[in-house]
Ligand binder design. Structure first.
Ligand SMILES: Cc1cc2nc3c(=O)[nH]c(=O)nc-3n(C[C@H](O)[C@H](O)[C@H](O)COP(=O)(O)O)c2cc1C
Length: 171
């Protein structure tokens, strides 16, 4: 499968990228083709709700920012993985911007599967992010293949990274 990981953490060598890299390693060990994009380091604006995409734009976004390089990756993927730190009980604004910009295409063309990787400081702060993720992927026609969460007691521990790697290997 072609797997696209959208990493919404701005922290290089942080907890979220550690989960994402472990997942990637596991998936690649099973022969999957994995692309990881650090979306927080891109210039990606929020949706302007102009509806150009649903009218004259015919599925293309009027905003010509770095999302233009992400759209083809989304359309080419069989699986999309959302990786994010928890910011005030939801995914990061940087990743939310990317999610809102799915509006232009409504749903990925091919992707049938999805996964969620979350890192936080506190435990049990995932209700909002997981609820959004589940509703969103159901709307987009994707099936969840697994959710990994890590808090300050488990971030970057060998056990947690093994869990993320195992999820990648399970695909
Ligand atoms: C703006 C901001 C908001 C945060 N909000 C929460 C929160 O609501 N709950 C929590 O447990 N941790 C919160 N954190 C902590 C991060 O989720 C946590 O440190 C995470 O491991 C960071 O991942 P990273 O290393 O990829 O940046 C917040 C951090 C920041 C910077």
């Amino acid at each position: 499968m072609k797997i696209l990981i959208l990493n919404g953490s701005p922290t290089p060598n942080g907890n979220t990228i550690a989960l994402a890299n472990a997942f990637k390693e596991g998936a690649e060990s099973k022969g999957h083709d994995v692309t990881l994009v650090n979306v927080a380091h891109k210039n990606i604006k929020g949706c302007m709700a102009c509806n150009f995409c649903h009218n004259a734009g015919n599925g293309t976004c009027v905003q010509k920012d770095d999302m233009q390089e992400i759209y083809p990756l989304i359309q080419d993927a069989d699986m999309i993985v959302f990786a994010s730190p928890i910011y005030y009980f939801i995914m990061s604004a940087q990743l939310e911007s990317v999610i809102h910009r799915f509006y232009a295409i409504n749903a990925p063309e091919k992707a049938k599967y999805s996964a969620l990787l979350l890192s936080s400081y506190s435990p049990n702060v995932y209700t909002g992010a997981i609820a959004q993720y589940k509703d969103m992927i159901a709307y987009m026609g994707m099936t969840d293949r697994g959710i990994v969460t890590a808090d300050h007691t488990t971030n970057k521990t060998p056990e947690k990274l093994a869990e993320a790697r195992a999820l990648g290997e399970s695909l």
